[in-house]
Design a protein around this ligand. Structure first.
Ligand code: NDP
Length: 342
């Protein structure tokens, strides 16, 4: 039995592959970029040599024909991790660039499994914390988001010109499409969604610092590059989880005990001031080169956001989340190493 991972070259997917291989699974990954595929293969030479990791090209997540052919070619696929979805803020057309690929991509994969993967028992869809959280509630400390919460955003709001809302809507409507599919089709396979908050940590393949994945690139790198003179230094304020825990969460999601569940993967509140404090304390060589901000403001900044309760998820996971300090340390150490080589 193999596990299919869509979007195998993604930041999170590569860690999922790492965890799946460590757990003894065979993996088939879909890719759309041969260059990124080669870099991924280079990270897992033994698995590639032993055919425990096979990459297949699917040019777009909406390509039903290519997914149908993939399932016909690999009847050994027993479970699916659908991680591929656009996550960037480079949106020209909100519907065509983000909403449609996310929603249609999810429907395409589910339809292909239904028609061409009769042996598949489980599909895990990588959703997001943002499909649980409504933007209006982000800075309301009286709000608590849990595994039953849904983002109230409408398609029209997502199709407007606020980029982060477009991403929020893409994840909400893609996840909703998956649950609606199960409700309407009553398929032979089970569904679990994994809903991570912002995902930080080192990459499996050598990261290109000019095109880092969005969560590391926009937020952790921001802490490394922001200046003390910049307005609002240290103010970025949200929720996060380590990428290695997200990958482990996807492995847990394959298990029957998670059938029908939404796993909220969220370990900590954070603000960029907290990141600055950790980086300044743990990397003395960066002292004077990065901002200091207002080190004593962390609690006050973080108190301004909503709260989360993922007690149910934590019971299912059976492992402790990695401390944020360690996540940030491992990211910055890799970032510095790559910088040195440039
Ligand atoms: P990446 O951008 O690193 O990965 C996205 C993956 O999706 C890439 O493999 C990309 O391919 C693929 N992809 C995107 N659009 C298409 C398309 N139209 N056709 C085929 N493949 C496509 O992001 P992450 O690893 O961070 O995100 C992975 C998943 O996790 C996404 O579903 C994202 O929404 C979700 N998520 C991420 C969070 C985070 O903080 N990082 C938080 C919560 C959820 P390619 O490599 O060729 O570009």
């Amino acid at each position: 039995m193999s596990i299919l991972v869509t979007g195998a070259t993604g930041f999170i997917a590569a860690h999922c592959i790492d965890q799946l291989l460590k757990n003894g699974h065979s993996v088939i990954g879909t890719i759309r970029s041969p260059q990124k595929g080669a870099a991924l293969e280079a990270a897992f030479p033994d698995a590639v040599a032993n055919k425990k990791l096979i990459l297949e090209t699917v040019s777009d997540i909406r390509s039903a024909k290519e997914f149908d052919q993939l399932f016909d070619k690999h009847p050994e696929i027993g479970k699916v991790l659908h991680t591929a979805s656009p996550f960037h803020f480079n949106i020209k057309d909100p519907i065509k660039d983000m909403l449609e690929p996310a929603v249609e991509g999810t429907n395409t994969v589910l339809q292909s499994v239904l028609k061409h993967g009769p042996q598949v028992t489980k599909v895990v869809v990588t959703s997001s914390f943002v499909s649980m959280l409504t933007a209006d509630d982000m800075f309301d400390p009286s709000v608590t988001v849990d595994e039953k919460s849904w983002n109230r955003i409408t398609w029209e709001q997502g199709a407007g010109n606020v980029e982060f809302l477009t991403y929020f809507a893409s994840k909400k409507f893609a996840e909703k499409a998956a649950w609606d599919f199960v409700e309407n089709e009553k398929p032979f396979f089970q569904l679990t969604t994994v809903n991570p908050s912002l995902v930080f940590g080192p990459s499996i393949t050598k990261p290109d610092l000019k095109s880092l994945n969005t969560s590391n690139g926009d937020i952790v790198t921001h802490a490394l590059e922001v200046k003390d003179s910049d307005e609002g230094v240290g103010q970025y304020n949200s929720f996060c989880v380590d990428v290695r825990d997200v990958a482990k969460g996807h492995v847990v999601a394959l298990d029957d005990k998670t059938n029908g569940k939404r796993l909220m993967l969220c370990s900590d509140k954070f603000c960029s001031q907290r990141l600055l404090n950790y980086i300044n304390e743990d990397f003395p060589e960066l002292k004077g080169k990065i901002a200091v901000g207002h080190p004593d403001q962390v609690e006050a900044i973080e108190a301004k956001t909503f709260n989360f309760d993922n007690t149910e998820t934590k019971k299912l996971l059976g492992f402790e989340f990695t401390p944020l300090r360690e996540t940030i340390h491992d990211f910055v150490a890799q970032w510095l190493e790559v910088k040195k080589e440039e």
